[in-house]
Ligand binder design. Sequence first.
Ligand SMILES: NC(=O)c1ccc[n+]([C@@H]2O[C@H](COP(=O)([O-])OP(=O)(O)OC[C@H]3O[C@@H](n4cnc5c(N)ncnc54)[C@H](O)[C@@H]3O)[C@@H](O)[C@H]2O)c1
Length: 296
Amino acid sequence: MVKKRGMLKRREEEKIRVGVVGCGAIGSEICRAIDGDEVNGRELGLGMELKFLIDKHPGSIEELCKRLGKKPEIIKSDSSELAEILAEVDLVIECASQAAVREFVIPALKKGKDVMIMSVGALLEEGLFEEIGRKSKEKGCKVYIPSGAVAGIDGLKSGAVGWIHSVELTTRKPPSGFEGNKYVKERGIDLFSIKKEEMLFMGPAKEAVRHFPENVNVAASLSLAGIGAEATRVKIVADPSAVENVHEIEAKGEFGKLFVRVENVPSRANPKTSYLAALSAIATLKGISYPIRVGT
Ligand SMILES: NC(=O)c1ccc[n+]([C@@H]2O[C@H](COP(=O)([O-])OP(=O)(O)OC[C@H]3O[C@@H](n4cnc5c(N)ncnc54)[C@H](O)[C@@H]3O)[C@@H](O)[C@H]2O)c1
């Protein structure tokens, strides 16, 4: 493997060696895609090899390994001996938790490894995005942040090269989807008496992620691609007619107007996670493997 200006370069016969942190809903889909080089019978042509798996719950790894054709050699439940196992890989995929971003991504970059981050909400934490940016530049590494459960990131990125005037995210969920939410409880909102759609929150993305942590990744991806977490507006709506989580993005700028609506199917393994998030990670892996890149 020859590393040149942060790009994973490989000869045809060489596989990209991958380490995965987090073997839950997203991690399992990613690992199975790498292992079989396919998703539901559709060939991927990734040319990747799983080298290590890390999960703090050994049960998650065990379950996953039962479904893999080739079990990775290195299995860990924490970041001990991280320096040694990082030497075995070219790319580290974080699909665990916000805490795992600090715990694994910074050490991986320090070792000159490329990384993919799924817990993108962590990047709204003061200074972390900048630190990751500095480290990756210094070490010549790439940091991949898939679009996750949201669509329209391509248009936002293009628009943000010029001027974007506004970005607004509206997230609709059935009222039961807000059960246990502290912000909703504190306002005495009775979720089960909601008969027609009701707005629970409207404000900047930065504040929205504090009150609705389950929304953090979508709000963070949009903020990073567009105009930042202060200027991006978020509306949270409890909608009794909603069956799935629906995200609508509206952006206005010099380029014109963009409107995107995603109706997400939940992942079977974790209903809080959209299946599209796992697919977007796998699509990003395809982007790493293929010389031709379609889309911004
Ligand atoms: N970018 C997006 O749009 C998007 C969408 C959905 C989920 N996510 C995020 O991706 C991450 C994974 O989602 P998921 O649905 O697979 O979650 P999950 O709960 O199904 O799986 C996470 C796994 O990671 C493990 N884990 C958590 N913290 C760890 C740590 N510090 N060290 C080792 N293992 C750890 C857990 O034990 C669990 O097995 C979450 O942070 C989630 O918020 C992002």
